[in-house]
Design a protein around this ligand. Structure first.
Ligand SMILES: NC(=O)C1=CN([C@@H]2O[C@H](COP(=O)(O)OP(=O)(O)OC[C@H]3O[C@@H](n4cnc5c(N)ncnc54)[C@H](OP(=O)(O)O)[C@@H]3O)[C@@H](O)[C@H]2O)C=CC1
Ligand SMILES: CC(C)(CO)C(=O)C(=O)O
Length: 310
């Protein structure tokens, strides 16, 4: 039997965490090869010293079969996890062409409501599943990923399709101690995660405060964003849990003090951000549906039209 080839594109906070756990477990495996698609100084450090992952009190060093910035060195893989940011999703997917064959399954782990659909538009003939993750992690230095939340869950799938292949992937993940769920209704999970991250990323970035700070000081606006987003998602015909506005905030109260969203971290660093995917998307969808989302609108305006206080 030929080896299962798995590539992870974007060895940052999310790709580094999941790719790292896979590479550490399958190092020297006769059945599975793990490839990292990375670049720059991060790639140089990983090639030299491996990738270090800090998870609670544990440190794991991971060395993939190959770490490269050239997907042609890898060739077509069985599974390709996409873990870059959403602002360069399409360009990144095009650059991955040499690693994508007719049987390659693509699994995006990015935050966003329509990430798989965006990939499918670039690759209309390929298999694109859906995915999302609940972890909080950061690439704190080249070659070094820290996970700061206890929460640790990866959801993936494609409603009712490819079940056998999904079972194969889930076995590969669980052997590497990656907690994953392959639900019957992956769309539900994607929208639930989008709900959580869109509201939290928007409010933490707007106030330049951590999740617990905005819960303490601006709970009213956090809730209002939730109601606005709930109205948009429901108008699209998507069913969410009835208590989504409050359960979503409650689930984030469990995050360690000082935790914030990755979009807020990007604003703080002065980097490019995912605002169009996490905030702008809601405004554009609301407009198309003829709905008002005033709180989203003023926060979006504040975040896009004024210099960010740092
Ligand atoms: N961090 C978190 O806790 C969570 C993040 N997410 C989501 O996951 C996605 C990824 O986020 P995160 O991991 O934090 O982001 P990071 O910026 O930490 O990681 C993305 C990585 O992708 C690399 N990259 C981008 N383009 C390419 C390319 N063409 N070739 C090789 N490498 C590339 C970046 O390199 P470079 O630095 O050189 O650009 C970077 O190292 C986002 O959608 C985010 O919202 C979801 C849940 C939790
Ligand atoms: C808020 C958090 C850490 C929760 O998983 C997240 O998804 C993100 O920052 O992108």
């Amino acid at each position: 039997m030929s080896k299962v080839k798995i590539a992870i594109s974007g060895i940052g906070a999310v790709g580094g965490y999941y790719g790292g756990l896979l590479a550490a477990y399958y190092q020297n495996s006769e059945n599975v090869d793990i490839f990292f698609i990375s670049r720059g100084e991060n790639l140089q450090v990983i090639r030299k010293d491996g990738l270090e992952i800090k998870k609670s009190f544990k440190k794991i060093n991971a060395r993939p079969t190959l770490a490269t910035d050239d997907p042609a060195e890898i060739g077509p893989v069985d599974y390709l996890f996409c873990c870059t940011k959403s602002y360069d999703l399409e360009d990144n997917i095009r650059s991955l062409a040499p690693a994508i064959g007719p049987d390659t399954v693509i699994i995006p782990l990015l935050n966003g409501a329509n990430i798989s659909e965006r990939i499918q538009q670039v690759l209309p003939g390929n298999k694109v599943w859906k995915g999302c993750v609940y972890i909080g992690s950061r690439l704190v230095a080249p070659g070094y990923v820290q996970k700061f939340t206890l929460k640790d869950r990866l959801f993936f799938g494609l409603n009712g399709k490819d079940k056998e292949k999904q079972a194969e992937l889930q076995k590969i993940l669980s052997s590497a101690r990656i907690l994953s769920t392959n639900p019957d209704d992956i769309d539900f999970e994607i929208w639930k995660k989008f709900f959580m991250i869109s509201t939290a990323a928007t409010v933490t970035s707007y106030f330049n405060e951590t999740i617990n700070e905005v819960i303490d000081k601006h709970i009213d606006l956090f809730i209002t964003l939730g109601y606005e987003l709930q109205s948009v998602i429901e108008a699209k015909g998507i069913k969410l849990p009835e208590d989504i506005v409050f359960s979503s905030i409650k689930s984030q109260q469990m995050m360690p003090n000082g935790s914030t969203t990755s979009m807020h971290s990007d604003f703080r660093r002065g980097s490019k951000t995912e605002i169009e995917t996490l905030t702008g998307y809601v405004i554009r969808e609301a407009e198309a549906l003829g709905l008002e989302v005033p709180t989203y609108q003023f926060m979006y305006k504040g975040l896009t039209q004024f210099p960010y206080p740092r």
